[in-house]
Design a protein around this ligand. Structure first.
Ligand SMILES: [Zn+2]
Length: 391
């Protein structure tokens, strides 16, 4: 459907700023560290039920905090647009909700209970506008997003079970550009060990040096980094391997038993996640053999690479609605971080647009979100839904 100024007026009039802020505050008021979002999920389910929506819960392999879902249907078959957000916040001291002028503060206000509340307000606006003629909206809010406490397992389970829309909007705090592509990422933590106990260096046994083996690993990862540098994308960036820390030994004259290294591996969607992991482990096996040490690796897959299909109708619907409100389309750019959009693309080849209210302080105790911009995004989401679904 062609979104007109008249539609925008109708939708904007249905977005209720007070109700929106109230919902966000109620979500922030329930602490929900990653893995512990059960109580806030129940709270959200209550809010939505009180609002007249039919709520279903999906365990998604995480029984202590089943995901919260609402399917709002027009009654006429058509596309399904998903609004998706996470209710968990990083493990930091809890900060209760407060409003200071145009800013809403507190744990998860920015990342991303403010965004979830914004999507809910968009859902209410679509329903109350009476303009939805085809298809429906699936709202999904879940736990286990924030690494390293969660690795997206709950959402992955839902996507694999076919519980998803045909296109997805993610109200994460990204405002200034439309992300088109991003790298996949994994973290790795390696322990290089020799059999003997730590001992004074003058009494050291004829065993390999774990520090020398660790240094050798840094060198070999450097070479790997050089080799994969050829995999590059003008938007997403370049494949990489990164060493963030290395530790070994206690004092200057002790022969240590263990060397620990930790870092990341990022890749483009020309590589398969299984191949990326296998080649990394192959490199470690070679090191173990050459140096006579044991090498263990904890490999954590964070998210797959991401790409947005610009020809998909959701992109046109979003940009048309954005242009209606701002006079021009949103400029495009990279996705520097990974988010749930990577999972939708990686697991089900779905288009996912990350766009949320202006906000900041994510992963700190000083989170904030711009209330005026929550209102803007709620209107934009409602208009995008109408443009995409009624098409
Ligand atoms: Zn987030």
């Amino acid at each position: 459907m062609n979104i007109t100024a008249e539609h925008q007026k109708i939708v904007a009039a249905r977005v209720n700023r007070e109700r929106l802020v109230d919902t966000a505050k109620k979500l922030i008021a329930v602490p929900s560290r990653t893995g512990e979002a059960g109580a806030v999920s129940d709270q959200l389910a209550e809010i939505l039920k009180a609002d007249g929506f039919t709520v279903t819960r999906e365990i998604g392999n995480h029984p202590t905090a089943p995901a919260v879902l609402v399917r709002h249907e027009s009654g006429v078959p058509g596309r399904c647009l998903q609004f998706n957000g996470h209710l968990d916040v990083v493990h930091l001291p809890y900060v209760p909700p407060s409003v200071e002028g145009n800013l809403l503060k507190g744990s998860g206000s920015c990342d991303m209970k403010g965004g979830v509340a914004t999507a809910i307000e968009a859902l209410r606006a679509v329903r109350d506008s009476g303009l939805l003629k085809k298809g429906g909206i699936l709202l999904c809010a879940h736990d286990l997003h924030e690494a390293p406490w969660g690795l997206g397992e709950q959402l992955d389970t839902l996507i694999r079970a076919g519980i998803h829309g045909d296109a997805v909007l993610l109200p994460e705090p990204l405002t200034d550009h439309l992300p088109l592509a991003g790298r996949g990422s994994a973290t790795w933590k390696v322990h290089v060990r020799r059999p003997g106990a730590p001992i004074h260096e003058v009494m050291r046994p004829d065993e390999p040096s774990v520090i020398a083996a660790g240094a050798e690993l840094v060198q070999r990862l450097g070479k790997l980094g050089e080799a994969i540098k050829t995999q590059t994308d003008p938007v997403a960036g370049t494949a990489s391997v990164f060493v963030g820390q290395i530790h070994s030994g206690e004092i200057f004259n002790q022969y240590p038993q263990e060397c620990m290294l930790e870092g990341t591996r990022r890749w483009l969607n020309v590589e398969e996640r299984a191949d990326v992991k296998a080649s990394f482990h192959g490199l470690l096996a070679d090191l173990a053999k050459d140096r006579g040490v044991t090498v263990d690796c904890e490999w954590k897959h964070i998210r797959d690479p991401f790409r947005l299909d610009l020809t998909h109708p959701i992109v046109a619907a979003f940009q048309q609605s954005y242009t209606n409100m701002n006079g021009k389309p949103l400029k495009t750019g990279p996705k520097q971080f990974v988010d749930d959009g990577n999972a939708f693309f990686g697991l089900a080849n779905l288009p996912a647009i990350t766009h949320g209210p202006r906000a900041g302080g994510q992963h700190t105790v000083n989170e904030w979100i711009d209330i005026d911009d929550m209102v803007r995004v709620a209107t934009l989401y409602a208009m995008t839904a109408l443009a995409y679904l009624n098409d």
